[in-house]
Design a protein around this ligand. Structure first.
Ligand code: PMP
Length: 359
């Protein structure tokens, strides 16, 4: 079989070494005679997996001791509701920075629970410039989406919100670079990009934000429930947590997030440089805000037939899922942590070949 490079925005490519390890351990995990999928979540073997997963992510992200790590379900979309249900409870005001489709969804959900304000311009191709004065000091929290998966923009400067807790949806750039967790009150991310298979949602939450939810909040949607039970209140997504642990080990083996960031920059630069020199294609995103993870590009002339021809040729060459999100069109190459440099190089070479055939 010819190599396939999967540029999907999520679920996305996983490290080949991790998949091989999963395969090797699939039927008989650690001499148990069972698959991880068959282990009780209360067994010693699974407890060792979840504990190790937590230790590893704490180490990778240097998570301070006053933060809880939770492995939940429901996807990032469930966090759109859990965040206001648990935190929009003081002034019942919150600020949402709208930078794309996902932040808009988070905002629309939060609006059901309180007085939610849009901060910054509703911009798509760039990240708004924000200062502490941009925010309502009375707000219960401020919400940002650190990487806009569909639009391809990233916050390179985390806004200063003063004493107001900052909540961040990091679904599409968690673990791609080091971050200062102490700048955030709560971080959440769906697993299916840089963490592992779909099914698990990571939440990192500061202790003082836990345990404030009103009685009316369903037990399963209260952070306190999961914090008290160490993510074992009910059956957690065991297989997803196991693969995530292997991904964390893989990241640690690479040298951690500083090394990962260097690799990600190297890959993204290769692709953006090609697009900036291209006669046919361009990145629609302002240079300073370009995502290292999701790289949308379009025909310079707005030629949809050319884009369709490019995508058809891409598929023939084993480049999967390069079509842009249906809301924006064009192409999008998602080049998360597990996308090898060779995959990006192969794509860049194809762009060159395609250009030569057109001219
Ligand atoms: N936020 C962002 C930034 C995303 O990219 C996505 C999914 N692509 C979501 C939220 C929704 O995640 P989920 O499908 O896990 O609910």
């Amino acid at each position: 079989m010819k190599p396939v490079y999967n540029f999907s925005a999520g679920p996305s490519t996983l490290p080949a070494d991790v998949l091989r390890q999963v395969q090797a351990e699939l039927i008989n995990y650690s001499e148990s005679g069972m698959s991880v999928m068959e282990l009780s979540h209360r067994s010693n073997l699974f407890e060792a997996i979840i504990n190790e997963a937590e230790l590893l992510i704490r180490e990778l992200l240097s998570i301070p001791d006053n933060y809880k790590v939770l492995f939940l379900q429901g996807g990032a979309s469930q966090q759109f509701a859990m965040v206001p249900l648990n935190l929009l409870i003081g002034s019942k005001q919150a600020d949402y920075v709208l930078t794309g489709s996902w932040s808009k969804k988070a905002y629309n959900e939060a609006k059901k629970y309180g007085e939610v304000r849009i901060v910054g311009e509703d911009t798509i191709n760039q990240i708004p410039k924000l200062t502490i004065d941009s925010f309502n000091p009375e707000a219960d929290y401020v919400h940002i989406t650190t990487n806009n998966t569909i639009e391809g923009t990233t916050f390179y400067q985390i806004p200063d919100t003063g004493d107001v807790p900052l909540v961040a949806d990091m679904s599409s750039n968690i673990l791609s670079t080091p971050i200062d967790v102490s700048k955030f009150g709560l971080i959440y991310a769906g697993a299916q990009k840089n963490i592992g298979p779909a099914g698990m949602t990571l939440v990192i939450i500061r202790d003082d934000l836990i345990g404030q939810a009103p009685q009316s909040v369903p037990t399963m949607l209260d952070y306190q429930t999961h914090a008290t039970a160490d993510s074992l209140y009910n059956t957690p997504p065991t297989f997803s947590i196991y693969v995530a642990k292997l991904v964390f080990e893989w990241l640690k083996g690479l040298g951690g997030l500083t090394e990962m960031e260097a690799l990600n920059k190297h890959k993204a630069e290769l692709l953006y440089n090609k697009l900036d020199q291209s006669l046919l294609f361009k990145s629609p995103i302002d240079k300073q805000d370009r995502s290292l993870m999701n790289v949308p590009f379009v025909s310079k002339a707005g030629d949809e037939a050319l884009e369709a021809a490019f995508l058809e040729g891409a598929k023939e060459r084993g480049f999967e899922n390069l079509k842009g999100h249906r809301s924006v069109g064009g192409m999008r190459a998602s080049i998360y942590n597990a996308m090898p440099y060779e995959g990006v190089l192969a794509l860049v070479n194809y762009i060159t070949e395609f250009e030569q055939n057109q001219i």
